[in-house]
Design a protein around this ligand. Structure first.
Ligand SMILES: Cc1cc2nc3c(=O)[nH]c(=O)nc-3n(C[C@H](O)[C@H](O)[C@H](O)COP(=O)(O)OP(=O)(O)OC[C@H]3O[C@@H](n4cnc5c(N)ncnc54)[C@H](O)[C@@H]3O)c2cc1C
Length: 515
């Protein structure tokens, strides 16, 4: 008699868990989570991710206990832990979900695969999203996504426990693990129970404000679903969310067009979730290398540490940018448009390479999902070669999405003293007026790091000069072939054009409209 090991990673749930389901059908099993110190020392993770993880593990452990099961939590390098377990009580099969993670988890999975081979063990891996492993080209991807999300959700299976041959380790503190210390006071809390509550609340009421509400940083915190950290840790499966949303759509009165459209726009983003992750799955190096090598050398040599630091400190001088950084430090979350604006400001007027900016943001975003994150970073920085250049002007964004200055005044105390007439360009206020309004000392205004218009113009010119080089133009086709979406993705506004097959000769990827 032997047993199977279910290795939980970023899939911290029992429902719709393909690995658990398959293992339970084969006999007794042991549920394992490995806290890997080396993973937690990576520069893209911070203590908020660790605390969130512990909250999720707490929920998972309780759900298992209710079913007479335990969760074995070990601390160590994955192969070493598996070896220890195997020596204590040999197992037959290792079950897990496929993970599209960072460079560390990719290398670790290769090592685990080779450890399994060396021990004559089978490692069975299962998909948990629309991401497809070993995909050569994107043809037919959208249809396979649909097939995956519409297959029935798996119930929690009856489980037979294999007694753990080892005791769980004490959970180390983030300080002990050497994790980058960053845990915003108002971040979301982890666990499946909270995830379900957030989903239900969104489907029942908040989704009515999705369309029209997700762009402004004022309305976005409640209009957006706020499901991203739960998706990143797998507290809910993507399929569960898609199917619950579709069920909700059938229940809504036909005349509730506002909520109908909101939920449809939300489903289109769940599609993008996998679309972007697929890029990293198919090309893991985009975590640190330009998707299009034609853009190599463009920003690398000039990383200006002082500018980067000013951005990270929220002292760029552009109020909306600095207010977003303040909110991020307080909550660990920003809406899509404000994330895109931060990267755009970093990549264009500040001319910073996306990699250090991306590492900083990865640590700040509680929902850090490497596949979405690095693909978006490169798209916003203009290094994919297949997307149009999108430059977000922080002054225009403020006029459009925070016209009364409520957001900037919420997050930047100095802005509360700035009269309305100077709201969008406070740095232009004359000195005597600043003194009159008490804009001195700790309330002193920050001068913008660069002159916005000219710095942005220069950045565009430099990028476009590269884009127009013959070799760079020629390199596009192969990238489109491998990574480009084959259909017109639904627009955020719900005015989806019918899906049309894109000819590979098209110069740009069919891409989501900006929120
Ligand atoms: C530079 C940059 C970095 C980003 N990094 C991440 C990240 O690390 N993790 C992450 O989950 N999202 C990331 N996003 C995408 C998006 O901003 C977040 O998914 C969204 O703000 C999360 O809030 P929500 O769950 O309320 O979103 P909702 O609008 O309610 O969307 C629901 C879900 O759809 C997916 N989604 C939404 N927008 C996008 C998008 N543009 N691309 C891909 N998937 C999307 C997410 O899984 C999200 O949880 C990034 C965007 C940018 C511009």
């Amino acid at each position: 008699m032997s047993y199977g090991v279910v290795w939980f990673k970023r899939d911290l749930r029992l429902h719709d868990h393909a690995a658990l389901y398959a293992a339970s059908a084969q006999g007794p099993l042991l549920c394992l989570y490995i806290i890997e110190p080396q993973l937690w020392q990576q520069p893209d993770l911070s203590s908020q991710h660790y605390h969130f993880l512990l909250e999720c593990l707490h929920d998972l452990r309780q759900s298992l206990q209710q079913r007479g099961m335990t969760l074995l939590v070990k601390v160590g390098e994955a192969c070493a832990v598996l070896q220890q377990l195997y020596q204590a009580s040999p197992f037959r099969v290792l079950y897990a979900h496929e993970e599209t993670g960072n460079h560390f988890t990719y290398q670790r999975d290769l090592a685990v695969a080779s450890w399994c081979r060396a021990h004559g063990l089978s490692w069975q891996e299962f998909r948990q999203s629309g991401v497809i492993r070993r995909l050569a080209v994107r043809d037919g991807w959208a249809a396979r996504w649909e097939q995956f999300v519409s297959a029935p959700c798996l119930p929690v299976p009856p489980m037979q426990a294999w007694p753990a041959p080892l005791a769980s380790d004490t959970t180390p503190s983030p300080e002990h693990l050497g994790i980058y210390p960053f845990d915003p006071p108002q971040r979301q809390r982890g666990g499946r129970r909270r995830a379900i509550a957030v989903l239900q609340d969104f489907l029942a009421t908040r989704s009515a404000y999705y369309r029209g509400g997700i762009s402004s940083p004022l309305s976005a915190p409640s209009a957006c679903s706020r499901l991203s950290p739960y998706l990143a840790m797998g507290c809910l499966s993507l399929r569960e969310i898609v199917q619950s949303t579709r069920r909700r759509l059938t229940q809504l009165p036909a005349d509730n067009t506002r909520q109908h459209k909101g939920l449809q726009a939300f489903i289109s983003r769940l599609h993008w979730h996998c679309h972007f992750m697929q890029k990293l799955e198919s090309e893991p190096a985009i975590e640190w290398r330009n998707l299009h090598p034609g853009y190599d050398g463009l920003r690398e040599e000039e990383v200006d540490a002082a500018r980067l630091q000013a951005l990270m400190d929220g002292r760029t001088g552009w109020p909306l940018v600095d207010a977003c950084v303040a909110m991020l430090r307080h909550t660990g979350w920003l809406n899509f448009r404000m994330r895109a604006m931060l990267v755009s400001v970093a990549a264009y007027p500040l001319w910073l390479h996306w990699r250090p900016v991306g590492l900083w943001l990865a640590r700040c975003f509680l929902d850090y999902e490497p596949g979405i994150h690095w693909s978006q970073l490169q798209m916003q920085a203009g290094t994919t070669g297949i997307n149009t250049t999108r430059v977000y002007n922080p002054v225009k964004q403020a006029m459009d999405h925070d016209p009364q200055g409520r957001f900037v005044r919420q997050w930047l105390p100095a802005m509360r003293r700035v009269p309305d007439s100077w709201l969008f360009q406070p740095w232009k206020m004359p000195d005597d007026l600043c003194r009159q309004h008490g804009l001195e000392g700790e309330y002193a205004l920050v001068q913008p790091l660069v002159e916005l218009e000219s710095a942005t113009r220069l950045a565009r010119q430099r990028l476009h000069a590269r884009r127009n080089e013959q070799a760079v133009r020629a390199g596009k086709q192969a990238i489109l072939h491998k990574h480009g979406s084959r259909k017109q993705l639904p627009r955020a506004g719900g005015s989806a054009k019918p899906a049309a097959t894109v000819q590979l000769a098209l110069p740009l990827e069919a891409q989501p409209a900006p929120d």
